[in-house]
Design a protein around this ligand. Sequence first.
Ligand code: SAM
Length: 279
Amino acid sequence: MEPLPPLREVIARHGLSASKALGQNFLFDEQLLDRIAAIPGDLSGRQVLEIGPGPGGLTRALLRAGALVTAIEMDRRCLPALAELEHAFSGHLTVVEGDALKLDHDALMAGEPYAVVANLPYNVGTELFTRWLSGEDWPPRWTSLTLMFQEEVARRIVAAPGTSAYGRLSVLAQWRSTARLAMKVHRSAFTPPPKVMSAIVHIEPAAMPEGVSARLLSRATEHAFGQRRKMLRQSLKGLPGAVDALEALGIDPQRRAETLSVEEFVSLARSLSESQPKA
Ligand code: SAM
């Protein structure tokens, strides 16, 4: 295979100035990109869904690791640069133009299991994260999520109860998955550098507790942490049966959401699931 031109040259040739509106901060350091691509483990011959490839730095690293990559990018300006990579790694890369929030990822991956790798703007990343972790079907088709976030968001995802970072994202990431902070990435590694530090979290599905509706668990966390300074008696008022369920479980409704363990949220969701009329 012909050696690939340096990323900076590709960007200059295609006029890919980073768009603030699309949350574009590009990574060029190939060693760093290879370390990121190694986080999900051996990718050789594995299907990977990359979201937001931009000019293709991380995509190259995934391809170097032997992955079969499907990449969704919504910025049309990046497509010619990605087409060059598709050509260089013929049969190993498929680029899909579109908004990852609007596409059916499982359908795109033709029902095969796949690892997700993404470096996305904050709002898109958290929206997708919530969707990936709130699905009713478990285990999901994705086998792992390797996601770049602002460090503060990454810390929330892996936070333990009782800490100020613990919240809805922590419970969603931990009740039937394992979540770890895999790597910190200094802001200076990006072009242009963002205002804050970044970090990568790696999530893998685990066994799902029995008798719990994912939808009810998601709603319980939404209510409880929606007013995190309030007692649960107040914050869970809008969720029918929740305050009674707390009392039946022996959980003091005067407590606040951040003091509840992940297991206590699971117990609450299970009680709510049991009291729902069966369809
Ligand atoms: N992966 C590249 C890297 O690490 O250098 C680029 C990362 S840049 C932070 C985020 C990329 O996500 C941009 O290329 C942007 O156009 C793309 N993007 C933003 N929102 C998107 C969406 N909803 N669907 C697909 N791609 C999106």
